[in-house]
Design a protein around this ligand. Structure first.
Ligand SMILES: C[S@@+](CC[C@H](N)C(=O)[O-])C[C@H]1O[C@@H](n2cnc3c(N)ncnc32)[C@H](O)[C@@H]1O
Length: 163
């Protein structure tokens, strides 16, 4: 599942990775993001592997009830789009909780977090706190970031569900 389709790069990557038998669900609150993602998928001949949902990822349990192998959150705003439409801590956290419920054993949640934009530092704090508090018997939680850059540079969190 791609929780934030944006310009469709990640959805396209996932559509290739799942192979002909797999399926991807992609969410975005912005219609232009859904349109652009659909355009990229069609161009690659992969549109049939993907269900695009013009909806907030916090609604995901309304649409999905299958075990997920991977859930990707590329947070922040749409590059080249409306910077006022940005992921927010409360809806991100809600979607993360729902993702863990649907995650298959050994499945992963991948997040890229951008603390540098307005509201991004609050989102960083909420997500870091949430990921650090997960029970290590059930989830393995990692953070990966580049050290020789500004402290508000983007970084990644990966959560793997235990077997
Ligand atoms: C950094 S962009 C994603 C980039 C994208 N993954 C790519 O490959 O181009 C973040 C996206 O999150 C979307 N977004 C913001 N709030 C959302 C929400 N509650 N549910 C789903 N998408 C949301 C924005 O519209 C924006 O397109």
């Amino acid at each position: 599942m791609d929780a934030t389709c944006g310009n469709g790069h990640d959805t396209l990557l996932l559509a290739g990775l799942v192979g002909p038998q797999g399926h991807v669900w992609g969410f975005d609150v912005q219609q232009p993001a859904i349109v652009e993602t659909g355009r990229k998928l069609a161009g690659a001949g992969l549109a049939e592997r993907v269900t695009l949902l013009h909806s907030g990822h916090e609604q995901l349990a309304r649409y999905l009830a299958v075990p997920l192998q991977a859930v990707m959150f590329n947070l922040g705003y749409l590059p080249g789009g409306d910077r006022a439409v940005v992921t927010r801590p409360e809806t991100t956290l809600n979607a993360l909780e729902q993702s863990l419920q649907l995650l298959a054993p050994t499945g992963v949640v991948l997040m890229t977090i951008y603390p540098g934009h307005s509201g991004g530092d609050e989102e960083r704090q909420v997500i870091d706190g949430w990921a650090a508090a997960l029970d290590p018997r059930n989830y393995h939680s990692w953070r990966m970031g580049q050290l020789n850059v500004a402290c508000d540079a983007p970084y990644c969190i990966i959560i793997q569900k235990a077997c």
